[in-house]
Design a protein around this ligand. Sequence first.
Ligand SMILES: C[S@@+](CC[C@H](N)C(=O)[O-])C[C@H]1O[C@@H](n2cnc3c(N)ncnc32)[C@H](O)[C@@H]1O
Length: 354
Amino acid sequence: MRYIGNKENLLDKIYQVMQSKKIQGNSFFDFFAGTTSVGRFFKKLNYQIYSSDLMYFSYVLQKAYLTNNQELNFENLLSDINYQSTTLFASPLNIVVEYLNQIEPVEGFIFQNYTPCGTSELEIPRMYYSDENGKIIDAIRQKIESWKTENLINENEYFILLACLIETVPFYANISGVYAAFQKKWDPRAVKKMILRPVEFVVNNKDNFVYNENSTELLNQVEADIFYLDPPYNQRQYAPNYHLLETIAKYDNPIIKGVGGLRNYQNQKSKFCNAKTAIQELNKIAKEGKFKTLILSYNSEGIMEQESIISTLEQYGKVELVEFEYLRFKSNSNGESSTKKFIHEQLYILQKNA
Ligand SMILES: C[S@@+](CC[C@H](N)C(=O)[O-])C[C@H]1O[C@@H](n2cnc3c(N)ncnc32)[C@H](O)[C@@H]1O
């Protein structure tokens, strides 16, 4: 998924650094889970995973990819809907996704608040989704919820289906990267009819635990060999930038405001978006966290100063800094052009004193 700070393309490099520094363990706490790309990578390597994020849509992905440890058979649902797939040898998930792709569209919360027809009374009607796709999102989201209420799907099946929706909707969003604003002209991909995509499973034989919390509040509960920290780097809060994914995941009819139709995010503000409170939080994690190795991913443009990070971490053990270059593409505000820029990605490694 396109997400600010997604580490998907850096994981091999991060793992190489871990190997070269002989960092090993059996358990791994992904402190700022986001898209779960880090958790999935280390789950495949057979670590027991803990992960958390302030965003509920991230929790949906964590439940689907990290907690869940089996292919699902959707037994109750498939006998209830009695749907004949058009594909030979389709998996149960693929059959359910195919079924969802042919249900009747519905004019629900997403259509009413984030499409031009649904918001035609506004001075600037919202163009996050086409009218058709807004109704498709509503229909699929409502159907998943009603299946859960009627006990036709279990918890794992519920989160897998929600994850399919959360992974699919960004491909049709009329935005230039984040959801704080919509584009004033239709992007060609946003006017294509939305087709729900199945997600892929990652299975290991461990009990993996996931949370939708301020991770610093979990320091008493979670103990892991490796703590991996990938916090926000600047003042930009994640919640307003991904508000629509949050609303599709929660589907809780929130009060929304402004041209972009943002939901309230008072309880989802990160202390890592302010230089002073970020260092205080880092200190608390390094001091109270139950880990052997802490790895902090940061970059040369971050709001915490290098010297402050090192002096904070050094109080609790041996610290090393590894830097590598990373090519980042940055879109301008209307997504029409992008510039390339080399960023110094930094890994601060703390081996905690015994
Ligand atoms: C840089 S992103 C992480 C990206 C992730 N590593 C990935 O590959 O997708 C930072 C994440 O931290 C979350 N966050 C910020 N402060 C948090 C906190 N105190 N506790 C839990 N999550 C937090 C944000 O919601 C955001 O998803």
